[in-house]
Structures are given as C-alpha cells and as structure tokens.
Design a binder for this molecule. Structure first.
Ligand SMILES: [Zn+2]
Length: 435
C-alpha cells in the first residue's frame, strides 16, 4: 500500500503547533499533508481515527536492546517490538552490548537487524571509548558514517576527566553529541539504592547524590570549555538539576533527559507493599531517589532545565532479575508503559496538557541529536510517516503478555491506566494495532 490516510483524528504535533481535527496523508512512507478532511484517495488504506489522538510517533533517545550478546534479555527485534507497543517510531540503543558497539561493523550489524525487524527504527549509539574501557577513544567519524547517531559509554561512566575532555574535542569537531552516564564509582561503591532514610531502614547500601552530581558538574564544565554538545542521561537528583541549571545559564551546550520512573516513583517503591519484600523491579541506575528529588525533576522539566523524557528501557531476563536485591542487575523496562504512566501522573491529573506530554516525547527528544535528529518527531510534510494513535479514554491493565519486550522487569505490571497507545505506524505501515 503506497498511500495511507488517517481520517478524523485529533492531531497533536507540537513541532508545528498543530492541535485539532485533521486528516494525515502518508505517501510512499513519507508525510504528504496534515490538514482539512480530504476526499477519496484511490487505492489508499484508510484508518478511521475518530475519537483518537494522532501524533508523531515517539522518539526514544535512550534504550538498551542488548543484541549482540544479551539475547537472553532482548534482541533488536524484540526491542523494536517493545518500541511500537509503546508508540515509538525510533529507538536509539546504547552500545553496552557484547561485543560493545565500538566498530563500524557492529553499527552496521545493528542497522541491518533493525531493517530486518521492520518495526520501530533502531538507531545505534556508538561507544565513546573502545570496549567501554574508559581509556582509548573510538574512531568517531567512521562510526558516524556507519550510522551511529550519538556517542555514549552508558552503563558505565567515563571515569577519567582527561579522556572525557579529549573525546569531547573529537566529537565536538563532528558536531555530534555525547550522552553521558554520570556516576563516580568511588562514591557509588557497593551501593544498590538511593542513600537515605529508606536505605537505612532496609539495611541496603546506599548511593549518595554526589555520585551522579559531581560528574554532572565536571562534564558540564568540560562541555562549556570544549564546546562539545553534552546530553546528561537519566537525571535523578536535585543536586544534578541545580548543576545543569547553572551551567545552562552560563551557556554550556548541555541538554538533559529524565525517565518516567524518576518522575513518578521514589525510593519508597523499593519496598513492595503488595509482596512485603524488596523489589528488584525497582532497582536501577541511577536509583529511585527521594520525594524532594522527584519534585525537583518535575520542576526542571517544566522550566526547561531538563529537555525531554527518555525511558532507559533496560531489559533483564527473569532468570537474572529473580535474585536477591543486592545481586540483581540494575534496570527496568520502559518503552511499553511510558506514555500511559506519564499520562496518568501528569495529564489525567490536569498538571500538563496532552500536547506538553507529546512534545517531551517527540520533538524535544529529536532535538537532542542535533542535525541527525532533524525531521524526527514531526509530521511536517516530507518527514517520515511515523504516527502514534492514542485512545485518551481507554482503560487498560499492563500485563506481562502485553509487553513487547523479551523480558518482564516492569514495576508497572498489574497496574491500571486511563489512556493507551492503540496504534503505531512506521514509514506508512501499520506495525502495531490494538482494537
Ligand atoms: Zn545509564
């Protein structure tokens, strides 16, 4: 089918300020028009979307698809499936695979697997240092030419400030962005959750706020000094927010993301009331912090200190997560639930408009990647025909069977939501539909 018409939806495209009833016409995979209801299109596939919201498919700048090497937990195909279940048209995946995505060959392998899957478009983020060793720099222009959209050692920090500075000089010269996992391992030590009243009560070793915030401050300073664009991943603490706000004010080319879990949960969730046990589905890095951190993150997103929402989708097979809290790996799923979790917390409560939420999951995310993200997260004519269909009134329960991922480590399984992604279209093809 070369033409698809989405009829009668309430179209919300913050990239163009569109917020009203319109028809979307996609031809040969590309948006042709968004506008007045159109007449018949000979041979077109027509989707009746009355009562639904249609928006640019969401853009994920931070996910883990685990392949190669971690196929027990996720593959590029199942990660792409998790993406479309959650309404994402693009999923940028971190390089902490085995082997690490630090060569043009692995970047091309990932792009090929993404094309084979034909679901969400999976875009590799390549490593800053070879093997995530924190020592030797990768060959950035070769990685970019192979299809890498950004650089990161996510999962681990670049510990050595001199290495980070040299990486920024090289990556800045290409006009590309470093996505920074900020953590000082000497401060994290054996910590497994946020250091505070709850970690004391549970008798678990804590991670102090300074572990993240000290590296945020260091790298913002290096970004200002080198001019390299720096994106702070998964900001979790009030202290980091203060550092980002200060360095943005000084003109450092810094952006930041926050996850749905850090916006909606606190360290209290580590103790699962329902099961009466600590819950490894609330264990991730950086950890869930205190209520004052959560409130600071919300304020920072609302005032522009934090730019966008990213899930840090981090699948781990049940065999790995089903372990004592100290030993279980860090990370939870995010793609499938992000929209509904955020809608329940912020839109249903009247705090944000639907357009506010969509903007933070589409065009604001695309802008993180600079030129490479140009045209992403938008339904402007000529952009990719990637659309999410949302039923704003659809009550549903998240189940393990309803996840797209190969893993099931979500803290939201079993919860009820009031709005749902009911369709995802990628390149003019319907790749997910809930009736
Ligand atoms: Zn990380």
């Amino acid at each position: 089918m070369s033409t698809i018409v989405i009829k009668g939806a309430h179209v919300i495209d913050p990239s163009q300020g569109i917020d009203g009833i319109a028809d979307i016409v996609i031809e040969r995979g590309v948006v042709k028009s968004v506008g007045e209801p159109t007449g018949a299109h000979a041979g077109a596939e027509v989707i009746d979307a009355k009562g639904l919201i249609a928006a640019p498919a969401f853009v994920e700048v931070h996910a883990h698809t685990r392949e190669p090497g971690g196929e027990q937990s996720e593959t590029i195909a199942t990660g792409a499936r998790a993406g479309v279940v959650g309404g994402y048209g693009r999923v940028c995946c971190m390089p902490n695979t085995r082997p690490v995505c630090d060569s043009a060959m692995i970047v091309r392998y990932m792009c090929d697997r993404s094309a084979d899957a034909g679901l969400a478009r999976v875009h590799p983020i390549a490593a800053v240092t070879k093997g995530l060793s924190g020592a030797e720099l990768c060959e950035y222009s070769a990685l970019r030419d192979a299809g890498a959209v950004a650089f990161s050692d996510d999962g681990v920090p670049v510990a050595d400030a001199g290495v980070m500075r040299r990486a920024m000089q090289a990556i800045g010269a290409l006009g590309m962005v470093i996505m920074d996992h900020c953590e000082d391992m000497s401060l994290t030590a054996d910590g497994v959750m946020h250091e505070g009243a709850v970690s004391m009560r549970l008798g678990l070793p804590g991670i102090p706020r300074s572990s993240e915030a000290s590296v945020v401050a260091r790298d913002c300073m290096l970004s200002a000094e080198t001019g390299c664009r720096l994106h702070i991943c998964h900001v979790s603490t009030v202290t980091s927010v203060e550092a980002i706000r200060e360095w943005k004010k000084r003109g450092a080319p810094v952006t930041a993301e926050v996850s749905p879990h850090h916006l909606t949960l606190t360290d209290e969730r580590v103790w699962n009331e329902r099961t009466g046990e600590v819950d490894t589905h609330a264990k991730m890095k950086p950890p869930l912090c205190a209520e004052e951190d959560r409130l600071a993150l919300i304020e920072a997103l609302e005032d522009g200190t934090i730019d966008c929402i990213a899930t840090d989708h981090a699948p781990h097979a049940p065999a790995l997560k089903d372990n004592v809290f100290d030993a279980a790996p860090f990370g939870i799923l995010g793609l499938e639930s992000a929209f509904s979790v955020l809608h329940r917390e912020f839109v249903a409560s009247g705090k944000w408009s639907m357009a506010n939420l969509i903007e933070r999951m589409t065009i604001a995310s695309a802008r993180i990647l600079g030129e490479i993200g140009g045209g992403w997260g938008s339904l402007a004519a000529g952009c990719a025909g990637d659309v999410v269909l949302i039923d704003p009134e659809r009550a549903w329960t998240l189940t393990v069977a309803g996840l797209g991922s190969k893993s099931e480590n979500s803290p939201w399984v079993g919860e009820r939501f009031g709005a749902r992604v009911v369709g995802t279209i990628v390149g003019g093809r319907v790749v997910h539909r809930v009736h």
